[in-house]
Design a protein around this ligand. Structure first.
Ligand code: HGY
Ligand code: MN
Ligand code: MN
Ligand code: MN
Length: 405
């Protein structure tokens, strides 16, 4: 990423070594672990250099205020955490672009007539505690605070305990109407996670909608036993059963046009080479064009999984972990932003990826800008954006801020 070391994208170059994951490739930056703490310190230092007032809210989201905090502020930002082995742009591009847009406005002598903040959401990917967009859900009251406090990471540490270690008061986690009321409008710039802009030959788009999506846990239960002493006939091996269930997940999504269903994470209990597992947890990510189609997809998956695991004498229980209904960004706002940015040269694109802007959209006017990703690949080290397209994204964000402030 040395190309980024100059000019407007210096921020991405500055954090280029933070959380690099030698085993998986890419970056693993998880809430309140070392890389995330380093990125928070980097953000505070960078924002401080611009004279912004940095604060952490009761849920661990970071705000950097240009002028006095709210009300009716124009707020822009994204997240700094990543999926395991993620790319360099998903999240950080929006944060770096927001800081850069503010820096440019300041350098031009622009004086905002309403408050402005750069916002960094905590745990957008849900990689540590399982719930995506956790910081924005907590802020907006989109997740019950008691349930959130009890979430555990892979080491069994609760969100409440890790929040305390990070200097927060666990009792204060949850809906934060005062912080939310300061946001008049939220804009999230993000690398595109598909091929929409590549196919259209354009560098920047405004987001139009987000697929309904959610996460479910499939717990497959069988009979743990000895790998050598247990004959093959009659085994109740939940990992073999889970394999059949995963094929059923794929087939269900293939039969629902426009839908996506993925199992990207498994936990085998107890997980020994010479041990037939006793249970398997399989995390399902399912998305479809409408709420009802997504619900129908998951209902179909549950039915198919029950039949699939029965072949191996196992049972399966499906529990919902999180849910986000279809987001349609306010068409008036989308239209206004496109007009400000150049009309039909700036397409409006739907996305299958979830975002904090999608969670906020239920509470405050929200919009997104997408920057072309020539690989069309995301949640992978192959995610990419050309410097020129990143600059086009910053130009667009600066133009929007100038028109709103
Ligand atoms: O998983 C998602 O859709 C997002 O990138 N957090
Ligand atoms: Mn992501
Ligand atoms: Mn993201
Ligand atoms: Mn033994």
């Amino acid at each position: 990423m040395s190309e980024l070391a100059h000019g407007t994208l210096a921020g991405l170059a500055e954090i280029d070594d933070t959380g690099r994951d030698a085993r998986r490739g890419g970056y693993s930056r998880h809430l309140w672990q070392n890389a995330d703490l380093e990125l928070r310190a980097w953000f505070a230092e960078r924002a401080g250099r611009l004279g912004l007032g940095v604060e952490t809210d009761r849920n661990g989201n970071l705000w950097a205020w240009w002028g006095e905090p709210g009300p009716d502020a124009v707020v822009t930002g994204s997240h700094l955490d990543s999926v395991p082995g993620g790319g360099a742009y998903d999240g950080p591009l929006g944060v770096v672009s927001a800081l850069e847009a503010v820096a440019r406005l300041q350098a031009s002598g622009f004086t905002p007539s309403r408050p402005c903040a750069v916002l960094v959401f905590a745990e957008e990917e849900g990689s540590r505690f399982g719930i995506a967009c956790l910081g924005s859900r907590l802020l907006t009251g989109g997740i019950d605070a008691d349930r959130a406090r009890a979430l555990v990471d892979a080491d069994g540490i609760t969100l409440a305990d890790s929040a305390r270690r990070a200097g927060l008061e666990p009792a204060h986690l949850g809906a934060d109407p005062n912080a939310l009321a300061r946001i008049g409008l939220f804009i999230e710039l993000h690398v595109e996670q598909g091929r929409g802009l590549v196919d259209l030959g354009r560098p920047v788009a405004v987001a139009s909608s987000i697929l309904a999506h959610g996460r479910w846990r499939l717990t497959v239960t069988g009979q743990g036993n000895h790998a050598g002493a247990t004959p093959m006939p009659g085994r109740r091996d939940p990992l073999v059963a889970a394999a059949r269930a995963i094929v059923a997940v794929q087939d269900a999504a293939l039969n629902h046009p426009g839908s996506r269903a993925t199992v990207g994470r498994l936990e085998v209990v107890p997980g020994g080479t010479n041990v037939i597992a006793s249970s398997v947890h399989a995390w399902l990510d399912a998305r479809a064009p409408s709420d009802s189609e997504t619900r129908a997809l998951v209902a179909g998956i549950e039915e198919a999984a029950i039949a699939a695991v029965a072949v191996n004498g196992c049972s399966v229980a499906v529990t919902e972990e999180s849910w986000t209904g279809t987001v349609t960004f306010d068409p008036d706002l989308v239209g206004r932003f496109r007009a400000v940015l150049g009309g039909s040269r700036v397409p409006a694109l739907p996305t299958g990826a979830g975002h904090d802007a999608g969670v906020l959209a239920a509470s405050v006017p929200s919009a997104m800008l997408f920057v072309r990703n020539p690989t069309g690949v995301s949640h992978s080290p192959e995610e990419f954006a050309e410097v020129a397209d990143c600059v086009a994204g910053i130009d667009a964000l600066e133009t929007l801020l100038r028109s709103l402030l």
